[in-house]
Design a protein around this ligand. Sequence first.
Ligand SMILES: Nc1ncnc2c1ncn2[C@@H]1O[C@H](COP(=O)(O)OP(=O)(O)O)[C@@H](O)[C@H]1O
Ligand SMILES: [Mg+2]
Length: 312
Amino acid sequence: MAGWFIEVVDLYKRYRDGVTVGPISLSAGRGQIYGFVGPNGSGKTTTIRCMLGLQRPSGGHVSIAGLDPTTQPKELMRMVGYSQELPSFPPFLTGRDVVRVAAELKGLSGEELRREVARVLDLTGIVSHANRKVGGYSKGMLQRLSVAQALVGDPEILILDEPMLGVDPAARFQMREIFLELRRSGKTILFSTHELLELERVADRVGVIYRGKVAVEGDVGELLSQGPRVIRVEAEVMRPQLVNPALLESLEGVSRVSIEGSIIRVEFDGVDGREALSEALVRSGAGLLRLETVNKTLEELFMEVVRRHAGG
Ligand SMILES: Nc1ncnc2c1ncn2[C@@H]1O[C@H](COP(=O)(O)OP(=O)(O)O)[C@@H](O)[C@H]1O
Ligand SMILES: [Mg+2]
């Protein structure tokens, strides 16, 4: 399809020992956050390195902002901020030194360089550790430093290989906020992760890679609404003893009802019976406190993929 900002078509890499990654196809629109997710060893790093021209693919085609990494790697790298997985920086440098080197490589100097270094150190939350030698950094700190140097120069595209690896929960939250802020300013981000949870609430599109192949790809919203239309609803009531399960089961489309303490779970199959349910609960006098739709999660989607592959 035309119009993709990042497009990978049938990319594959055959390693000398017979391991093959791919064929991988994926595509992201401009201004999107793309989550590339799959277990360790599934081929994310190989794909990303081939996408950036850091590794030579055995076949297939990549186009990023109209550039081909095999023939235009330099032009491409000028547009892209890249954070590698498990970065190794000279241990005697401080965090600030590492970012400063990245800024120099981007052609910055003087006051402009100083300001840009301060900006990304602050943004990634490592400013308080910036004067420490990176040899003493934790895994998570190194990963954040790697993201910091990728952000130098405010590149149009960010390609981040496992940016949240080893990063503690608070910093992960912060990282997601950074991604959302970057998206608001029009940047395109592709990041890999082996933890599905990291995609929730940030990714617009996902590609699930499994054993070297893309098993599922698409817009998060579309993927999650696929399959039989089951609507799962969770309600909380004040007086559960007043709820009549048989009555709920008789509502149109209801396929399951369960009551656990004050929580009532109802599944509708092919029918959106949420209004009828809330009316029934209100009329019962049980005191409806809350009613919400529990959507399919990415986790479930991922497990479906794994099951499908394990079975077939
Ligand atoms: N340089 C290499 N030489 C041989 N095999 C490799 C090399 N790099 C990666 N592989 C193999 O390719 C597969 C995918 O690895 P990788 O791309 O690192 O996956 P991921 O990033 O998803 O963990 C694995 O089986 C890995 O062992
Ligand atoms: Mg990897």
